[in-house]
Design a protein around this ligand. Structure first.
Ligand code: SF4
Length: 338
C-alpha cells in the first residue's frame, strides 16, 4: 500500500519529495495545494510538473477520496458519507449558518464509549481514522475553501484517537497548513480524563463536554464512561484552566423527557458549574429505537434554560439542524452500516 501525503507535516512532505529525488520545495508546493488551496486531485496541482508527479505517484497516494454519498436537508445542512475501508463508513456534516459554514467531522469509525442514546455508540468501535481520513473530510465536501470552522462532534470520541486528532489540529492551525486560528476548532468529548489533561495543556482550541446529567449514578446509566472518568473529576480538571479569554468551554446537555429535565437536575447542574466561565447548550433529542426516552418539550427546555440563566449560567437551546437527513450526532453512518 502506498503512503498517503495528506496528513503529513510540511517537513514530512519535503522529505517525501526528496525521497523521490525531487527538490524539497516540491514538498512545500504539495502543502500549498493540499492544505492552503484544499484541492483533492493531482490534476489540480498545476505547478508540479508531469515528471515530478509521476515520481511521487510511484511511492505515494494523495490520500483524498470523494464522498460516496450525500444528502441535503431542507435547511441547507449537507451530510456526506465517506468510505473508511473494510466496509466501514463515516460521515461529515456541513452546517451553514448566516455567513458561517461549520464542518462536523468524524474521528473514528463507530465508537467504544457506548452512550445509550447514540446510534454511533450502538455500532461499537471499528477503528480509528488516520489523519488523512480526518482531513479528507475537510477537502472532499463541496466548496472546502469556504469552511469557516469545525467541530469534532461527528462519529467517535476524538480523545480516544488523540494522536491523529492532534496531528489534524496541528495541520489545520499551521501557517503552512490550513492557517486556521484555534478559535475555529472545537473538540467535543465525554471527558477522557488523562487525554483531556493533555489536550488542555497542548492545544488552544475550544472544548465541548458531553455532560447530559449532573448526577453521577444516573449519568453512568446512560454513559458507561462515567464509571471510568467521572464528570465531577472532569469539571475539577477543567476548573484548573483559564476559559475567560480566547479558549471557551461549553457543556452539551441533551434533554430527555422525564429523565434529566426537571428543576432538581437544573439545580444540580448549576451547583456543578457554579463560577466556571462556560456555556450550556441544551439539545433536543432525536428519538432512536430501544432507548426509552423522548425529547423534552420546547416549554420544558425553555424553563430549564431560564433556570440556568437566572442562576448565572449562560445557557442556550441549540437549534436542531438537518433532522430530515438524520444529521444529528449519533445518527450518522449507523443508518448505512447497521
Ligand atoms: Fe461515542 Fe459521542 Fe456517541 Fe458517546 S455520544 S457513543 S462518545 S459518538
Amino acid at each position: 500500500m502506498k503512503e498517503k501525503l495528506l496528513g503529513k507535516t510540511l517537513e514530512e512532505l519535503k522529505e517525501a519529495a526528496t525521497a523521490c529525488g525531487l527538490k524539497s520545495f516540491v514538498g512545500k508546493q504539495l502543502a500549498e495545494w493540499l492544505y492552503a488551496k484544499r484541492v483533492s486531485s493531482w490534476d489540480s496541482m498545476t505547478n508540479i510538473g508531469k515528471a515530478a508527479k509521476g515520481m511521487l505517484q510511484e511511492k505515494y497516494e494523495l490520500g483524498t477520496s470523494p464522498a460516496c454519498g450525500k444528502a441535503e436537508s431542507n435547511d441547507g445542512t449537507v451530510k456526506y458519507l465517506f468510505e473508511a475501508g473494510e466496509g466501514r463508513y463515516v460521515e461529515a456534516v456541513v452546517i451553514p449558518d448566516d455567513d458561517r459554514r461549520t464542518l462536523c467531522v468524524s474521528s473514528q469509525a463507530g465508537c467504544r464509549m457506548g452512550c445509550k442514546f447514540c446510534m454511533t455508540g450502538r455500532q461499537g468501535w471499528h477503528g480509528n481514522l488516520d489523519t488523512a481520513q480526518i482531513l479528507n473530510q475537510f477537502l472532499s465536501v463541496d466548496e472546502p475553501e469556504s469552511l469557516t470552522g469545525t467541530v469534532f462532534m461527528g462519529m467517535g470520541e476524538p480523545l480516544d484517537n488523540y494522536d491523529n486528532v492532534s496531528r489534524a489540529i496541528r495541520i489545520l492551525t499551521a501557517d503552512w497548513g490550513f492557517g486556521w486560528s484555534p478559535k475555529r476548532i472545537t473538540v467535543s468529548t465525554i471527558g477522557v480524563l488523562p487525554v483531556l489533561r493533555r489536550y488542555l495543556e497542548e492545544e488552544h482550541c475550544h472544548l465541548a463536554v458531553s455532560l447530559h446529567d449532573p448526577f453521577p449514578e444516573e449519568r453512568a446509566g446512560i454513559m458507561p464512561s462515567q464509571k471510568a472518568w467521572s464528570i465531577t473529576e472532569t469539571i475539577r480538571l477543567i476548573r484548573k484552566y483559564d476559559f475567560s479569554g480566547q479558549r471557551r468551554v461549553s457543556f452539551e446537555y441533551t434533554m430527555f423527557s422525564g429523565f434529566n429535565d426537571d428543576s432538581l437536575h437544573a439545580d444540580a447542574l448549576i451547583r456543578l458549574l457554579k463560577g466556571l466561565e462556560c456555556r450550556v447548550n441544551l439539545i433536543r433529542f432525536h428519538k432512536i429505537p430501544d432507548f426509552p426516552y423522548e425529547s423534552s418539550s420546547a416549554d420544558v427546555m425553555e424553563a430549564f434554560r431560564k433556570r440556568l440563566n437566572d442562576n448565572g449560567i449562560l445557557c442556550t437551546i441549540r437549534s436542531s439542524r438537518g433532522e430530515d437527513i438524520l444529521a444529528a450526532c449519533g445518527m450518522l453512518a449507523g443508518k448505512h452500516s447497521s
